[in-house]
Ligand binder design. Structure first.
Ligand code: B12
Ligand code: SF4
Length: 440
């Protein structure tokens, strides 16, 4: 039996093949869960063209909300040839009825505990329409992901590992808690180390956890155990890392060079409104200084379009990130992903303007409260342009830091990624001239 696993690109990228940031780890896990007699191949459409004529018995497709439309197109094309298709991942899990229209079976939840049975059902020609996770799977004894299936030389950070799932918080805009549950499930540290040991070259590891320090006891144990491996690593972390000196010291000692931190907003009212209880905006400067003092670079996540945001928010946020010399940052438009509390409340208020999922991630899909839609879009574009202008990169990254080449590479990557997206937004210049420039 042959199985083809597919990670769809976003709609605008279906014809472009770029080097991608990281490989599709979830699909490599599914490949590892597949019984060994099944021949598995994996296509990440971001880096490889899909072969729609490939001889295969079964196709498994993953979908985020932003890639759902493309996932459905791919599914429909294979099904038109009579090939059976399974859809899974975050979007099909929250929209199973919609996904069902394009699939022979939909998997709701994490694949562990479901996938091997599904393959047996397929072989016996007894595929069910929906496979629903009954309880969150334990993370003990997970197989080593089939990284051998990733395209060679196609990723900036090839070595990714997932060590935890779930989050005890419930930020209204985030899909994680509803998908992976309210408790942190942590993998046994010795199993993580075994996975690290499979990398023949261990220069840089990216942990793809939502928060690598969500359970400080586990994190300290992991960081201590990583010290002898002499790796360098990056991960998403909450601001709470700066409140625990031992944790931060151990992170640095174990090779942490980059933390991706969700600051989201500088406004306490916005943070309260979205339920981001762990963030205290007044502490941000101290948090950043403290993390920087351990030689760790910071990628800040910020959201525009929250209800308290007015037309000064873009300038305020970008100037803050520049002043604090954040090594990189991401400015996202608030997005009501289906299944989140945000989506429910904006939908109820009639503020969602489109349910074309391909717009979810990089475009404005709801009616903001204080800003006009035009102002929000222009301000968002201005923020990217300004933060990744060469003078801004120069001021933030300078010449005298550690990992200089890597920091420039990251900045130039985001600069080119967003310049491609912004090419359509020629109007941002207008915004700069009447609303931003001259205010400093
Ligand atoms: C790493 C990561 C990235 C990486 C890599 C993405 C990738 N290639 O996988 C990068 C940085 C590129 C990225 C980008 C984005 N991301 Co992201 N990302 C993550 C993160 C932190 C971890 C993903 C991961 O590897 N998880 C570990 C693996 C093991 O889990 P998994 O992929 O979900 O797979 C499991 C199940 O879902 C299921 N499954 C998955 N696929 C399939 C398929 C089949 C057939 C079956 C049966 C089962 C199944 O089984 C797997 C094993 O249990 C998640 C948060 C999260 N907890 O998932 C956000 C997350 C997925 N990202 C999110 C978003 C919004 C984005 C962006 C749109 C952000 C932006 N504006 O730029 C882009 C879109 C990228 C794109 N163009 O496709 C949202 C998605 C929300 C949604 N409803 O779609 C998440 C959930 C974060 C959040 N806080 O809400 N992301
Ligand atoms: S944004 Fe971060 S802290 Fe909030 S629910 Fe999502 S993963 Fe948890």
């Amino acid at each position: 039996m042959k199985l083809e696993l597919i990670f769809p690109a976003t709609q605008e990228n279906t014809r472009k093949r770029n080097k991608a940031l990281v490989p599709p780890l979830g699909l490599a896990i599914i490949a590892a869960l597949t019984p060994p007699e099944v021949e598995v191949s994996l296509t990440d459409e971001n880096v490889t063209v899909i072969d729609f004529h490939k001889e295969t018995d079964l196709v498994g497709i993953t979908a985020l909300t932003v890639t759902a439309r493309r996932a459905y197109e791919i599914a429909d094309t294979f099904r038109a040839r009579g090939v059976k298709v399974i859809l899974g991942g975050i979007h099909p899990s929250v929209m199973p009825e919609e996904a069902s229209e394009h699939a022979d079976a939909v998997v709701i939840g994490e694949a562990e505990g479901i996938w091997p049975d599904l393959i047996e059902d397929f072989k016996a020609n007894k595929l069910q329409r929906v496979y629903r996770q009954r309880e969150r799977p334990s993370l003990v004894g997970l197989p080593i992901p089939r990284r051998d299936l990733f395209a060679q030389g196609a990723y900036h950070a090839r070595h990714t590992i997932s060590t935890t799932r779930g989050c005890p918080y419930s930020c209204s805009f985030c899909s994680v808690t509803s998908f992976s549950g309210h408790t942190y499930r942590c993998r046994p540290v010795e199993e993580i180390l075994r996975e690290v040991e499979t990398f023949n070259e261990r220069k840089l590891i990216a942990f793809v956890d939502d928060n690598i320090v969500g359970n400080p006891k586990f994190s300290k144990e992991l960081f201590r155990a990583l010290i002898p491996y002499k790796i360098k690593w990056g991960a998403q972390a909450s601001v709470t890392i700066a409140r625990d000196d031992e944790l931060l010291r151990l992170a640095a000692a174990s090779g942490c060079i980059y933390l991706l931190i969700g600051f989201e907003s500088l406004s306490p009212a916005n943070l309260a409104a979205v339920g981001k209880r762990i963030n205290v905006a007044d502490e941000y400067e101290d948090v950043i200084r403290k993390i920087h003092s351990h030689g760790i670079a910071i990628h800040g996540f910020f959201i525009f379009g929250l209800d308290e945001d007015d037309e000064d928010v873009f300038q305020r946020t970008v100037r803050f990130a520049q002043k604090m010399r954040l090594e990189s940052a991401q400015f996202d438009l608030l997005t009501p992903y289906p299944g989140t509390a945000l989506c429910e409340s904006l939908d109820k208020a009639g503020r969602i303007v489109t349910k074309d999922w391909s717009q979810y991630g990089y475009n404005l899909v709801f009616e903001p409260k204080q800003l006009s839609r035009e102002m929000l879009q222009k301000g968002h574009r201005w923020a990217w342009r300004e933060f990744y202008s060469i003078p801004s990169i120069w001021r933030r990254v300078g010449v005298a830091r550690r990992n200089l080449a890597a920091l420039w590479a990251v900045n130039l990557y985001y600069r080119s990624f967003w310049r491609a997206k912004l090419r359509a937004g020629k109007d941002s210049k207008k915004f700069e001239s009447h609303s931003v420039s001259g205010q400093e």
